[in-house]
Design a protein around this ligand. Structure first.
Ligand SMILES: Cc1cc2nc3c(=O)[nH]c(=O)nc-3n(C[C@H](O)[C@H](O)[C@H](O)COP(=O)(O)OP(=O)(O)OC[C@H]3O[C@@H](n4cnc5c(N)ncnc54)[C@H](O)[C@@H]3O)c2cc1C
Length: 500
C-alpha cells in the first residue's frame, strides 16, 4: 500500500499525461478547501531525468539516443508507442498537423461532442507555443521537394509547407528513424514534466498499473485507486480521481482488465458494462507510397527528415476520403537503407557505384494517407486488433492518390516510377496508423465511453484523456491534435472538479 492517498492519479506519462499533470496542478485546487492537489503521475517506463533544455539536451538523455524500434529494451516500442516518461513524444517525427476545420466537424458529426475550433483555440495556441510548431525553414528543403512544389502547383494542386515541432534544431534529420534527439531539440512533453515536478506532482516511473480499482454500485461503478507493480512489489495507490492517459491501445485494455468493458471481453469478469470500450477505432489505413528515381540528384544528403511540402486533395465537400500526399524527395538515408533501396542495383560494380555515389539522393517518394468515412478497428475478446467495415472508399481513393502521385512524378521528369497498382495488402484487413477512438468521447452513453467533458459515462471519478477519446482521426498525424485536446481536457476537468 502506498503511504499517500492522492487526489488524482494519472495513468501514463506519454504525450497526454504530463500535460494533464502540469496543467491540473497549476490551475486546479481541492474543491471546498482550495488546498493544493496531491497528484501522482504513474508511468510504466523509466524517467530519464534532467532539465529540459531544447537544443542542449540533458546528460542522461544524451547517452540514450536509441532507436524506438528494436532499440533500448528499457523503453522500447510497446505495441504502438514508447514506454518512457515522455512517451512517444520522445520518438515521434514531430510532423505537426494541428486539426483542420473539417476535423472538428467530423468529431462533432461522429459523436455529438461540442469540440469546436473556438472552444479548442486555447489548446491549439498552447500546443503551438509549447511545441514550437513552425514551418520548416525553406533553406533546409531539398531540391526535389522544391521541384515537387513547382510542378504540383503548375498542375493545379494546392501545396502547403510542412510544419514541424522543434526548438533550436539543426535539422540534421537523424530523428526521422524514430531515434531520440541527443539534444532534446525535437519538442516533447518533457517541458510539462519539469513544470509538473516544480508544482509538486509525484512522478512514479517504472510503475506499471495492473488494474484500476472500480467498485461496482448497481450497474455503475466508482473508481478508488490503482493496483501497481514496480521492480520490488505489487501495491495499491488510493486516489479519489483517476485519469487514464496510457494511449489508444493500453487505456481500453487496462479498463477491460479492471472489469470495465464490453460483456464479451475474454479476461477478468466485467462488472461495469460499456460495449464501446475498445471499439470504433479510427485511423489512417496504410497506403504504400509511390517511389521514383531521377537522373539528377534531388538532394545533397545533408537533410534527412525535412519533408518540404504536401497536398490535400478532397473529392467531396464533407472532407470524407480526404487524401494527404507528402513529398519526401532527395533526403539522406542510412547506408543499409541505401543499399537495399528498390532502385539499387542488386550486386557487383553497379551496386558499389550506387553506394559510393549516393544513388539514394536521386530517389524519393510521395506518400498518401487518408481520412475515411467507414471501416473501423476494434479489440476482439482476446485483445487483438481486428478491422471491419466498408472498405470501398479506401480502395478507390488510394487508387486516385497513387494516380495523382504518379502524374506529378512523371511531370517532374522521373526516369522510373514504381507501380501505381493497388497492392493486395490494401484490403479489408489493412493495418492503420494514428489510431484513435478506442474509448471515444460522445454525448450518447450508448455509443461512447466518456462525455465531452472527459468523464466516464459509467464510473464515477474516472476520466479518460488521451488518443483513445478522439472520435475520428484528423487529416494528418495525431500528436499535436492530441496535445491540443489534452490541454482542453485538463481545463474542462479543472472547471468541473477542481475549483474552489
Ligand atoms: C514512432 C512514432 C512516430 C510518430 N510521429 C508522429 C508525428 O510525426 N507527428 C504526430 O503528430 N504524431 C506522431 N506520432 C503519434 C503520437 O506520438 C501519438 O498520437 C501520441 O503519442 C498519443 O499520445 P497518448 O498520450 O495517447 O499516448 P502515448 O504517448 O503512447 O503515452 C502513453 C504512455 O502510457 C504509458 N503506459 C501504458 N500502459 C501503462 C500502464 N499500464 N501503467 C503505466 N503506464 C502505462 C506508456 O508507457 C506511455 O508512456 C508518432 C507515434 C510514433 C509511435
Amino acid at each position: 500500500m502506498a503511504d499517500k492517498t492522492y487526489d488524482i492519479a494519472i495513468v501514463g506519462a506519454g504525450f497526454s499525461g504530463p500535460i494533464l499533470a502540469a496543467n491540473i496542478a497549476e490551475k486546479g485546487v481541492k474543491q471546498g478547501t482550495g488546498d493544493r492537489l496531491r497528484i501522482a503521475l504513474v508511468e510504466a517506463g523509466p524517467h530519464m531525468e534532467g532539465t529540459h533544455r531544447p537544443g542542449y539536451g540533458a546528460p542522461v538523455r544524451r547517452r540514450r539516443i536509441t532507436n524506438l524500434v528494436g532499440g533500448d529494451p528499457a523503453f522500447h516500442w510497446d505495441d504502438g508507442g514508447a514506454r518512457v516518461v515522455g512517451g512517444s513524444s520522445l520518438h515521434w517525427q514531430a510532423s505537426a498537423f494541428l486539426p483542420y476545420p473539417i476535423d472538428y466537424v467530423h468529431w462533432q458529426e461522429e459523436t455529438g461532442v461540442d469540440w469546436t475550433p473556438d472552444k479548442l483555440r486555447p489548446g491549439v495556441e498552447e500546443t503551438r507555443r509549447e511545441f514550437n510548431v513552425h514551418e520548416y525553414p525553406e533553406e533546409e528543403n531539398t531540391r526535389g521537394n522544391r521541384l515537387f512544389n513547382e510542378v504540383a502547383t503548375r498542375m493545379g494542386y494546392q501545396t502547403f509547407r510542412q510544419q514541424g515541432a522543434r526548438r533550436n534544431c539543426i535539422y540534421c534529420g537523424f530523428c526521422a528513424g524514430a531515434h531520440m534527439c541527443r539534444y532534446d531539440a525535437r519538442s516533447s512533453t518533457l517541458g510539462y514534466v519539469d513544470k509538473a515536478l516544480k508544482l509538486g506532482v509525484d512522478i512514479l516511473a517504472g510503475t506499471e498499473v495492473e488494474r484500476v480499482l472500480i467498485e461496482p454500485t448497481g450497474k455503475r461503478g466508482v473508481a478508488s485507486g490503482l493496483i501497481c507493480r514496480n521492480a520490488e512489489s505489487t501495491y495499491a495507490i488510493p486516489a479519489d480521481h483517476i485519469i487514464m492517459a496510457c494511449g489508444f491501445r493500453k487505456t481500453p485494455l487496462l479498463l477491460m482488465r479492471s472489469g470495465y468493458g464490453p460483456p464479451e471481453w475474454g479476461g477478468n469478469p466485467i462488472t461495469v458494462v460499456n460495449p464501446n470500450i475498445g471499439k470504433h477505432i479510427d485511423g489512417h489505413p496504410r497506403i504504400p507510397g509511390i517511389s521514383a528515381i531521377f537522373d539528377e540528384a534531388l538532394g545533397d544528403g545533408l537533410v534527412g527528415s525535412v519533408r518540404g511540402y504536401f497536398i490535400i486533395h478532397d473529392d467531396r465537400p464533407d472532407g470524407l476520403g480526404r487524401l494527404l500526399l507528402r513529398a519526401d524527395l532527395g533526403g539522406g538515408a542510412y547506408p543499409q537503407t541505401t543499399a537495399l533501396n528498390r532502385f539499387a542495383p542488386e550486386f557487383g560494380q553497379a551496386h558499389k557505384d550506387w553506394m559510393k555515389n549516393k544513388g539514394i539522393l536521386r530517389t524519393g517518394s510521395l506518400n498518401p494517407s487518408m481520412a475515411k468515412a467507414k471501416g473501423r478497428w476494434s479489440f476482439d475478446p482476446r485483445g487483438n486488433l481486428v478491422y471491419s467495415g466498408d472498405h470501398s472508399m479506401v480502395v478507390r481513393r488510394a487508387r486516385e492518390g497513387l494516380e495523382i502521385a504518379h502524374g506529378i512524378l512523371t511531370e517532374m521528369g522521373a526516369r522510373e516510377i514504381t507501380s501505381k497498382d493497388i497492392p493486395a495488402r490494401i484490403n479489408s484487413a489493412t493495418r492503420g496508423s494514428h489510431l484513435v477512438g478506442s474509448c471515444r468521447a460522445g454525448t450518447d452513453p450508448g455509443t461512447s465511453v466518456v462525455n465531452p467533458y472527459f468523464e466516464s459515462h459509467d464510473v464515477d471519478n474516472l476520466y479518460i484523456c488521451d488518443a483513445s477519446v478522439i472520435p475520428r482521426v484528423t487529416t494528418g498525424n495525431t500528436g499535436t491534435p492530441q496535445a491540443a485536446v489534452t490541454v482542453f481536457g485538463a481545463a474542462r476537468i479543472v472547471e468541473r472538479h477542481f475549483q474552489r
